[in-house]
Ligand binder design. Structure first.
Ligand code: TPP
Ligand code: MG
Length: 337
């Protein structure tokens, strides 16, 4: 029997390392995502946000590092844990929070909610609630990018649990066959709802799934935002150059439960405390201090973030609810359009 053909390793990143100013920008973005989500958690307990709400807290470095490696025209398609990715891609915290509140000023006019943030103006092509479905959608987006002869790349985000879905495998087969400009990004946060990674899959590095279709793959830790930026840029530029898709597994961890209604009792004792030692926001702050950032500089950023997060909450709270006449609109394109 012939050996499995092994795809080449992912090349080095084309990007030079970030200086202090660059790292400060990424830290501010991570902090903003965290504070906006903490405000969302508060609003949820006040019953201003209803329904599902899946927080990204702990994983911020993955989305922010990826955004720092992307061009504005690159498309992102993702699942329902997408608040952090949305802000990283450029969705306004105000419009996102208003969507969580179900208000008319939200990204999808208050009709989508937490799992359906969508903003075409920044090429954020949506959160979706069907686990794994975004892999098929992202492959379609990548097909259109190739067909239209653009040099944009699609980043298709999903979780470790989604990497067990049929749609994911089918998407990988087609993406590799047609050498589509797509990077599949599996965020392995160790759990699919309450099921630990080693209880849902015999292979726990989901990037290895790519080998079955000959796809370039890599697994790396995602707690260091600079490392994420470097490895993401290697993958994105490889795909942009027309070499075909890449699958990445980024090892991360979610600090909160699966959704706001999950007390996360399935964790091992001490596990969360241990994992919080690699909290990406704190790791980057420590790196910044090593690079010479002082208290005043960091406090000024914290203050700015605090103002932006509170502003998002107050904007959402003060916004009107959607017009009931819009209830059946926007699901399908109007006939004749
Ligand atoms: C097709 C489908 N099956 C089951 C569910 C229920 N469900 C919602 S989230 C989830 C777990 C997914 O975990 P993972 O892909 O690891 O993403 P994470 O929540 O960790 O970000 C499941 C099973 C669903 N939404 N869609
Ligand atoms: Mg998961």
């Amino acid at each position: 029997m012939p050996d499995l053909p092994v795809p080449p390793p992912l090349p080095e990143s084309p990007l030079p390392p970030l200086d202090k100013a660059g790292l400060l920008t990424l830290w501010e973005k991570m902090l903003l995502i965290r504070r906006v989500e903490e405000m969302a958690a508060k609003a949820y307990t006040e019953r201003k946000i209803l329904g599902f709400c899946h927080l990204y807290i702990g994983q911020e470095s993955v989305a922010v590092g990826a955004a720092a490696a992307c061009r504005p025209e690159d498309r992102w398609v993702t699942g329902y844990r997408e608040h952090g990715q949305a802000i990283a891609k450029g969705v306004s915290p105000r419009a996102m929070m208003a969507e969580l509140f179900g208000k008319a000023t939200g990204t999808t006019k208050g009709l989508g909610g937490s799992m359906h943030i969508f903003d075409k103006s920044v090429h954020f092509m949506g959160g979706y609630g069907i686990v794994g479905a975004q892999c098929a959608l992202g492959t379609g987006v990548a097909w259109s990018l190739k067909h239209l002869k653009t040099d944009a790349v699609c980043l298709c985000w999903f979780g470790d649990g989604a990497a067990n879905q049929g749609a994911f495998f089918e998407a990988m087969c087609l993406a590799q066959l047609y050498k589509l400009p797509i990077v599949f990004v599996c965020e392995n946060n160790f759990y699919a709802m309450g099921t630990a990674i080693d209880r849902q899959s015999a292979l726990t590095d989901m990037s290895l799934r790519g080998l079955g279709v000959g796809m370039v793959r890599e697994q790396f830790e995602g707690f260091d935002v600079e490392q994420v930026r470097q490895r993401m840029s290697a993958a994105i530029e490889y795909a942009r150059a027309g070499n075909g898709p890449v699958i990445l597994e980024v090892v991360t961890y979610r600090h909160r439960g699966h959704s706001m209604s999950d007390p996360a009792k399935y964790r091992k004792p001490g596990e969360l405390e241990e994992k919080k030692k690699s909290d990406p926001v704190h790791l980057t702050e420590a790196r910044l201090r090593d690079l010479g950032a002082g208290d005043a500089e960091l406090e000024a950023i914290r203050d700015r973030v605090e103002i932006a997060a509170k502003d998002a909450y107050e904007f959402a709270d003060a916004s009107p609810i959607p017009d009931p006449a819009d209830l059946y609109n926007y699901t399908y394109a109007p006939s004749g359009s």
